[in-house]
Write a protein that binds this ligand. Sequence first.
Ligand code: ATP
Length: 358
Amino acid sequence: MRTYRIAAIPGDGIGREVIDAGIEVLAAVTERDRGFKLAVTHFDWGSERYKRTGAMMPADGLDRLRGMDAIYFGSAGSPDVPDHITLWGLRLAICQPFDQYANVRPTRILPGIKSPLAGVTAQDLDWVIVRENSEGEYSGNGGRVHKGLPDEIATETSIFTRAGVQRIMRFAFRLARTRPRKLLTVVTKSNAQRHGMVLWDEIAAEVAGEFPDVAWDKMLVDAMTVRMTMKPASLDTIVATNLHADILSDLASALAGSIGVAPTANLNPERAYPSMFEPIHGSAFDIMGKGIANPVGTFWSGVMMLEHLGEKDAAARLMRAIERVTADPRLHTPDLGGSARTADVTNAVCEAVRADNF
Ligand code: ATP
C-alpha cells in the first residue's frame, strides 16, 4: 500500500485549528479508502517559534521538507510580528526555493452557500485563478536607503522574466484546456505598466498559438474586478501576476460566499520539489481559539492535495462530502451566517466520507 509523507505546518492563528480539522477528515478518507496511507509529520513553525528563537522555521527546515510528498499549510501571521517577517520567514521561504510557481485557486459557489451577488448561481461562478507565484511584484527585489531619515527611499521592483511568464502561461492554457469551457482570461495592466505587463501580453499571444483549442481574451486588472462582479458567467480560467491574482482571488472568494471556504495549491508542476496546499485565508486572529473558524477551505485544499498525489477517487469522495455538508445551513460557521462550530463541520464531513457510497 502506498504511503504518502505529508508535512503539516499549521502555523499561526486559526491555522492550527483548521489544519487539525483537515488532518481529521483526511484520516477519515484514508480509513474509508484503504488504498493508501498518509504519514503526517507535524512542524511547529510560525510566529511563536519566531518570538522564541528569532526564526519562523529552523535553518534546516527546507531539508526536512524536501523528501515530503506534499505540505499541508495553515497560515502565517501574528498581531505582534510584522507581516513581512511572517510571510517571508515561512510561506515564501518555502514557496520560492521549492519553485512552487503555479498558485491555483478554484472558486465555486458550493451547495447551500449564497453569493453576495444577487441572482448569481453556482452555474454562473465557476472559476480557477492561476497566480504566478515566483516572481513579479513579490520577487523581493528592492531596498531602503537612508532608513528613518527624511529623505528615505524605498524601491520595490517587479521582476518579470520571459521564462517565468512562459511557464505560468503554458500552465494556465493547459489547465484551461482541461475545463469544459476551454476559456482563459489573461489579466494585466499593460496600459500603465508598459514593460513587464507588455511582456505578459506578448507572451500570452505567443503561447496561445500552441493552444488553438483554447479560447482566450485579455483584461486590465481594474476592469477585471468589474467583470467578475457584473458578468461572472463570462469567466472560467484566469491567469494573472502575483499581486493582481492575490487581490482578485480574495475578491473571488468573497463573491463565492466566504474567504473561509477558498482553497489554494502552490504547485511545482515538474514535481522536483514538494507542492504546498493551504486555505487562502490568513491567521484570522479575531476569531482564533473560539472554535468557529470555517475549516472548509482547508478541507478543499486537502482535496487538491489528494488530486496532486494522484488519489483522484479519494479526492472526489472528500469533495462530495464537503458539498453534502455545505448544503446543510445548520452546518454553516458564522462567516457563512450560521452558528456551527469548526468541530461540527469537521465531524459532519468525516461522517459524510464514511457514508459515501460511490
Ligand atoms: P493575515 O494577516 O494572516 O492574512 P488576517 O486576519 O488579516 O490574517 P484573514 O485571516 O484572511 O486576514 O481574515 C480576514 C477576515 O476574514 C477576518 O475577519 C477573519 O475572521 C475572516 N476569516 C478568515 N478566514 C476565516 C475562516 N476560515 N473562517 C471564518 N472567518 C474567517
